[in-house]
Each structure stands twice: as structure tokens, then as C-alpha cells.
Ligand binder design. Structure first.
Ligand code: AGP
Length: 368
């Protein structure tokens, strides 16, 4: 069937605005509202028994996987090795027998990710796909699939696939933590309860569209370079924000772990480099706030995404600060994906690039 843009100018905009719906759809397939618990489909291996996890993907999917690594290690207490598929397949990776290898892919056809899956199957791993295209090669060859219910994603820049990948990884984290006996029922109810709020909170984030568009037009269109900073699960978001901006606006952007700034990138800071700071109120907030101070002291123009409390703390320092809804830090990475998508989108639209089909890029990289 023909897929339209639903009244939006671009598929990317339509797909950004679909996120409250598809995040909810993906969650509802695994969430039991009466028990406030997560149930995964039956898996052909014992999830509780996996000694170690290897997380493999490319591009935006790999950044969802990096958030997954932080979650799985913190809440399920299992070691996670994270790898880019293009590196993994040509290294000599060492994996524990009976380990779990997770492959994240929107298209399910990415050549490097598929090659990594085949390697892992030969090396005694249980292979789990987190895939959006149910008929794809990765979905067929994996031992089990946890689907993202994002629906078809047409824009080359991945948006709703990313946030639904995060939903699946969050559910997997809770399920694995429960299966391993390291998460009590109360914590499961709190975290899955926070998950159920994400669709409505995401809709609230989208109400900041006009504000983010103004920031994009004023501060980003004229920029040659942009830095994105975050700590903890906001670090992969910084990488994702920079990737999104690069691929559709052609502005050079780098994502950095905020604490890594003084090990090099701070040398780039001057009044011409906007610095996007992803800083939800969480136990790392104060550390990120002191990095913002360092940026501003060197003439840098910080654009802060936080919640009301964080914005209050950083407003006077920043060029601009957008207050998103306050949420449990567990689900913050899902929510904070939206403003960085909108920032990239509006910058690209204002620059007049081909947003849905950026130059040099293909939707699925089926050749090396
Ligand atoms: C994202 O905006 C990119 N276009 C790209 O990084 C993409 O996420 C990557 O190629 C992986 O694709 P897949 O999810 O289909 O495997």
C-alpha cells in the first residue's frame, strides 16, 4: 500500500510525530497493566542463564544498543559488550559459550549486522533480533525476535525505529533483571509504570516543536560545527543527536561524553560552536552542569534540554534551555530522543536539504 505523509511536509516529520503512538504499541505488546509487569514472548533459550551479552548493530540502532548496555548492566547486573557490526565481524571477538548476542536493526537487512549474526550463530551464541521489518533476513535468521512495532519507516534518518528499539531494550532489561532475581516486584512496577507514561510525555515534548524550530533557525542554521554532550544514558543520546544533524543538515557535529570534554574537544569551543547539552535531572545532573559552566566560561553557546528543575539551574548560563516533562531517569533516553530529532529536522528544513533522502545515504546498507 502507498504510505502518505499524513499532512506533514516530510516522512521524517510524520515519523517523529508518530512516536507517542508507536512507543505505546511496542510497549503494550509486552506490558501487563493489571500486574504492572513485563512479559516477553517465549524464547528458545533460558534468558536467566546467559553469562554475558554482546550487543551489535550499526548507526542509530547501535546507539539504542549503547543505551541498552547501560540499562542491562545497571538493572540486570549482566555484563554487556557493545560493538559496531562493521568492527565486530572483522575482529576476533571472544564470547562466552551460551552467551546472548543481540542484533538491533530497523531494516533487518544491514549487511554488517547480518554477517555478525551469522558469525555469532557459528560461535555458540543465542541470537536475538530486535527488528522492525518482520519479514527481513535478520528476523528470519535470528533464534528469536523482539519486534519494534514502529510501522514502516521511510525517512532515511531513523527516528521512530530508534525510540521503539529503546522500548524493547527497556522491557528486556526489566524481564532479564526479574528472571535473574535481581529486581524486586516493587522496582519492576515503578519502572514499567514509568514506561507507560512515556507516550503521553512524548506528546508533551512534541508541543515544543515551534520553540525547537526557532532555536534551529537562529543558532544552528548558521553553524559550521555543533557539539552534543551527555553523561550516562544521555551520552548515547548525544551521539544520536550529532548523527541526526550530520546526516540531514550536513553540518559537522560530534557527540561527546560530557566528562571527556576536557580531554580534547573543549579546545573547539568558541562563540561559533553551539553546544547541545542533554541533561535530565538524574544523579549525574550536577556533573553535567559543571561541564556547561566550563563551556560557557569559554564563550560557548549552550542549548540545554532538561526538565523544569534542571532548566531553573542552568537557564542563566545557557543561550537557550528547553524544559521537558520530568520523568523517571530510567525512561529519559526515550523522551530526550525527540528534541534532538526535531532540532536536526528543523535545521535541515531551514537549510533546504533533501530531508527524507539525504545525499550519499541509503535507507538500508545492504552492501559493505
Ligand atoms: C540512522 O539515521 C541512519 N540512517 C543509519 O545510521 C541506520 O540507523 C543504520 O544504517 C542501521 O540501519 P538498520 O537499523 O536498518 O540496520
Amino acid at each position: 500500500a502507498m504510505i502518505g505523509k499524513g499532512g506533514h511536509r516530510h516522512f521524517m516529520a510524520k515519523e517523529i510525530f508518530e512516536q507517542p503512538q508507536v512507543i505505546g504499541d511496542t510497549l503494550n505488546a509486552m506490558f501487563n497493566p493489571t500486574r504492572r509487569s513485563i512479559t516477553l514472548p517465549d524464547l528458545p533459550f533460558d534468558l536467566a542463564a546467559v553469562p554475558r551479552i554482546t550487543m551489535i548493530a550499526c548507526g542509530t540502532a547501535s546507539l539504542a544498543g549503547l543505551v541498552g548496555k547501560y540499562w542491562l548492566e545497571r538493572f540486570a547486573g549482566v555484563a554487556v559488550d557493545w560493538d559496531l557490526a562493521s568492527e565486530f565481524r572483522y575482529r576476533a571477538p571472544v564470547m562466552a559459550e551460551g552467551g546472548l548476542a543481540i542484533f538491533i536493526s530497523q531494516s533487518g537487512e544491514t549487511a554488517d549486522t547480518l554477517a555478525a549474526l551469522r558469525y555469532c550463530k557459528q560461535h555458540g551464541q543465542h541470537c536475538l533480533g530486535i527488528v522492525n521489518a518482520p519479514e527481513s533476513t535478520i528476523a528470519r535468521e535470528a533464534d528469536a525476535v523482539l519486534p519494534t512495532l514502529a510501522g514502516p519507516e521511510i525517512g532515511v534518518a531513523s527516528t521512530k525505529a530508534f525510540t521503539t528499539q529503546l522500548v524493547v531494550l527497556a522491557c528486556l532489561t526489566i524481564a532479564l533483571a526479574r528472571a535473574r532475581g535481581v529486581m524486586d516486584r516493587e522496582t519492576e512496577a515503578r519502572l514499567s509504570g514509568a514506561m507507560t507514561e512515556v507516550p503521553s510525555r512524548a506528546a508533551e515534548v512534541l508541543n515544543h516543536d515551534g520553540r525547537i524550530r526557532a532555536i534551529a533557525e537562529d543558532a544552528f542554521v548558521p553553524a559550521r560545527d555543533v557539539l552534543y554532550l551527555g553523561r550516562g544514558t544521555s551520552y548515547p543520546l548525544a551521539l544520536e543527536g550529532a548523527l541526526k544533524l550530520k546526516e540531514i543538515s550536513y553540518i559537522h557535529a560530534e557527540g561527546y561524553a560530557a566528562g571527556e570534554m576536557k580531554h580534547g574537544p573543549i579546545a573547539l569551543i568558541d562563540e561559533h560552536v553551539p553546544v547541545v547539552v542533554i541533561a535530565p535531572s538524574d544523579p549525574l545532573f550536577e556533573k553535567t552542569a559543571s561541564n556547561v559552566q566550563e563551556v560557557v566560561a569559554r564563550g560557548g553557546k549552550a542549548v540545554v534540554f532538561s526538565d523544569a528543575e534542571g532548566v531553573k539551574r542552568l537557564r542563566d548560563l545557557a543561550l537557550d534551555a528547553v524544559a521537558l516533562p520530568a520523568v523517571d531517569p530510567f525512561v529519559a533516553p526515550i523522551l530526550y530522543a525527540l528534541p534532538v530529532q526535531l532540532l536536526a529536522y528543523h535545521t535541515a528544513v531551514a537549510k533546504g536539504t533533501d530531508v527524507d533522502q539525504p545525499r550519499n545515504l541509503a535507507k538500508a546498507v545492504t552492501v559493505e
